[in-house]
Design a protein around this ligand. Structure first.
Ligand SMILES: NC(=O)c1ccc[n+]([C@@H]2O[C@H](COP(=O)([O-])OP(=O)(O)OC[C@H]3O[C@@H](n4cnc5c(N)ncnc54)[C@H](OP(=O)(O)O)[C@@H]3O)[C@@H](O)[C@H]2O)c1
Length: 237
């Protein structure tokens, strides 16, 4: 049976880079997407060109029914699925006073509740070996912009540590905390340069740094409950 990996939000941006990196490591790939169907099909084509099998799976992670059916759908197509990367996320800049119950529920569901239950469903599979949660260098700070996003990633970090205990020894659970790697929609490279200039490394990263971290986590099977900062030292300032 071929080994396979599920990457949520795997059709574009960092998710795409990780999907391609995993394919290069010999994994068949299940790409989850919500709106980016065309981009996901294009990514699937690039993965197939590498000689790996790839299928795309649509699910809106706000809807728990779609969350709870995603892992069974993927397992049916890829019974050797051993890696789950929780990368799908929503990055909304809402201050505390402006947070509504609706935005709170949406952001917490996509960024925290969905990875929680995807991990629970995935961890129960006989084939499961590794979960990687995409966190953020912001988890070390108490920045009040992106209020719910920051809280959701802090919760996901603690979940990563607790799940590493709950799912061991069969399944390892780790996190990657990117810093300024890709600009959010509507912002350009100048935004990344500005926010990275005071960091110890002093410049933005690139998706390659994230895929290198992912490969390291996959290959070093003695690592669990670790959250790896790949942020040019941004978490220190
Ligand atoms: N980019 C960075 O420099 C950076 C920095 C720090 C942390 N991170 C973290 O690293 C991860 C990847 O970053 P990224 O910039 O590539 O992420 P992104 O572009 O902000 O989001 C990744 C994907 O999340 C999916 N998504 C959003 N809402 C969804 C919903 N309701 N249901 C299902 N999927 C949904 C989208 O899929 P569709 O397009 O298919 O709708 C999107 O392509 C994220 O967890 C992010 O928080 C990234």
């Amino acid at each position: 049976m071929s080994k396979a990996a599920l990457i949520t939000g795997g059709g574009a941006r960092l998710g795409k880079a990780m999907a391609l990196a995993l394919a290069e490591m010999g994994y068949d790939i299940a790409i989850h997407y919500n709106h980016s169907r065309d981009e996901s099909e294009k990514t699937a084509g690039e993965i197939k060109a590498l000689g790996r099998s790839c299928e795309i799976f649509q699910a809106n992670l706000v809807k728990m029914k779609e969350v709870r059916t995603l892992v069974p759908r993927v397992f049916k197509a890829f019974p050797g699925c051993s890696v789950l990367v929780n990368s799908a996320s929503v990055f909304e800049n809402i201050d505390f006073g402006e947070v509504t119950e609706e935005t709170f529920d949406r952001d917490m569901t996509i960024n925290f509740k969905a990875p929680f239950f995807l991990s629970q469903d995935f961890g129960a599979l006989a084939s499961a070996e590794l979960i990687v949660n995409m966190l953020d260098s912001r988890i070390t700070k108490h920045d009040t912009s992106h209020f719910v996003y920051n809280i959701s990633k802090k919760a996901l970090r603690d979940f990563t540590l607790m799940a590493a205990r709950a799912l061991g020894p069969k399944v390892r659970v780790n996190g990657i905390c990117p810093g300024p790697v890709l600009p959010p929609p509507g912002k350009g490279e100048d935004y990344l340069i500005r926010i990275s200039q005071d960091t110890p490394i002093g410049k933005p990263g690139s998706p390659d740094y994230i895929t290198t971290a992912l490969k390291y986590i996959i290959e070093n099977t003695y690592i669990t409950g670790e959250c790896l900062f790949v942020d040019g030292g941004q978490h220190l300032i």
